[in-house]
Design a protein around this ligand. Structure first.
Ligand code: SAH
Length: 411
């Protein structure tokens, strides 16, 4: 190979500064693996995708909102160039070479001093493949190794034959896939198989970033992040993207946090596709409503404790005319109540439940970023939980579990 064979190493980036230059889709795909490695990520870019914004908001990395300057590399161990402009990328390369910092370039592999391999992770094992200059070969080998490790059939069956309505170009279809609650290993086998066969992936903010890290390089990644009260791409726009790409003959995976039909607007997407004659497959996901309590050691039902669990959205305040939830009726139940999207209205929700008869001392747990490395669990009571959440500084995404099951397995 010109320039010699690459020398593989496993960089131990924990606590070490890595600079990412650029705030677009390449950075969106690279940052999760850097964070997973524990790197101290400095992102330098005038603008960010919503998914990168979410990392900044959650305090997972530092963002300098401007263009790159060479001094950004002071103290860095590695730099990832994720900008399109060749001159800007070359300037980063030059600054990196001067400081003897390895430089990964998305735009020009020949100008890079380090290459990122195609990666698959299996428990403690990380397999990294370099394809001798051919990223597709690397992906192919990686996929084969991944299937071998998982003991799964290969992805050749990734596109089950579907009847093709005339308006849809051959191969065009959509899969609504549940990505699970946060741990990238909690996607289903079927969801994973379809994801790795996708031409286009439309992903939510709550989707585990590491799943996107393993996609083929030529996959079109659309960031459909809908940050509450922040910059949002309207649902109609997402529907339009799904339909347009499928009509053009592409296999689109709409990857959604948890389960697609649990407060995920999956139904609307299905209807939009159906109206356009686009075939749709729905792959259920592990919903946070059940998995997040479990990750905190709380079973949603338990023998002799709770024979029911009710999942409710808290995104509309109980006293709002827009509320579709009969909170006073829920207050009369004695089983488990799981509230999603409930942090903002937690004081009103807890107050309403107590006012209508649920005991003030009912145990409550609030689980932030369940099933991920960032998981935080707060235990409280119905009367104290709203203040405790504020005092602890808990943030969305968080799941609230109300009921005696909260203590069922507690020592
Ligand atoms: N379809 C998703 C839910 C979408 S609503 C599912 O089935 O899981 C989004 C809400 O889900 C968040 O506001 C939060 O209440 C909950 N949620 C999602 N992921 C979570 C996580 N990792 N930890 C805690 N709560 C989570």
């Amino acid at each position: 190979m010109p320039g010699g064979n690459p020398y593989p190493v496993g960089l131990r980036l924990h606590g070490r500064r890595v600079v990412v230059v650029g705030g677009g889709t390449v950075a969106t795909r690279r940052v999760p693996a850097l964070l997973d490695a524990g790197a101290d990520v400095l992102l330098v870019a005038p603008e960010l995708t919503p998914a990168l914004h979410a990392h900044v908001d959650a305090g997972r990395l530092r963002w300098e909102r401007r263009r790159f300057t060479p001094a950004d590399l002071d103290g860095a161990w590695l730099v990832q160039v994720a900008v399109d402009d060749p001159a800007a990328a070359a300037a980063v390369s030059a600054a990196a070479a001067e400081r003897r910092v390895f430089c990964v370039r998305a735009d020009d592999r020949n100008a890079a001093t380090a290459w990122t391999p195609a990666v698959t992770r299996h428990g403690p094992v990380t397999v990294a493949v370099l394809g001798g200059g051919d990223p597709r070969r690397a992906m192919g080998v990686r996929d084969a190794v991944r299937d071998l490790l998982a003991g799964r059939p290969g992805p050749s069956a990734a596109r089950p034959a579907a009847p093709e309505p005339s308006a849809v170009a051959p191969g065009g279809r959509v899969a609504l896939v549940g990505a699970g609650p946060g741990d990238p290993e909690l996607i289903t086998v079927k969801g994973w198989r379809l994801l790795t066969g996708a031409d286009v992936v439309v992903a939510d903010r709550l989707v585990p970033g590491l799943l996107l890290d393993e996609l083929r390089a030529d996959v079109e990644l659309v960031d459909a992040s809908k940050i509450p009260y922040g910059p949002a791409r309207a649902q109609e726009e997402i529907n339009r993207i799904l339909v347009d790409r499928a009509l053009a003959g592409r296999f689109v995976v709409r990857l959604k946090g948890g389960d697609p039909y649990v407060f995920g607007r999956g139904g609307e997407e299905l209807l939009a596709c159906a109206a356009a004659g686009v075939p749709v497959t729905v792959v259920p996901g592990v919903t946070s409503a059940v998995a997040v309590p479990a990750a905190a050691g709380i079973p949603v039902t338990h023998r002799a404790v709770a024979h029911e669990f009710t999942v409710v959205s808290g995104h509309v305040a109980p006293d709002s005319p827009a509320s579709l939830v009969r909170w006073e009726a829920l207050a009369a139940l004695r089983g488990t109540l799981v509230v999603l999207m409930g942090l903002k209205n937690l004081a009103a929700i807890a107050g309403t439940l107590v006012a209508h008869g649920r005991p003030a001392a009912t145990p409550v747990a609030v689980v932030q970023e369940g099933t991920t490395d960032g998981q935080r669990v707060l235990r409280s009571t119905l009367e104290a939980v709203a203040a405790d959440v504020v005092a602890a500084g808990l943030r969305p995404p968080a799941t609230v579990v109300i009921g005696d099951v909260v203590d069922a397995l507690a020592p």
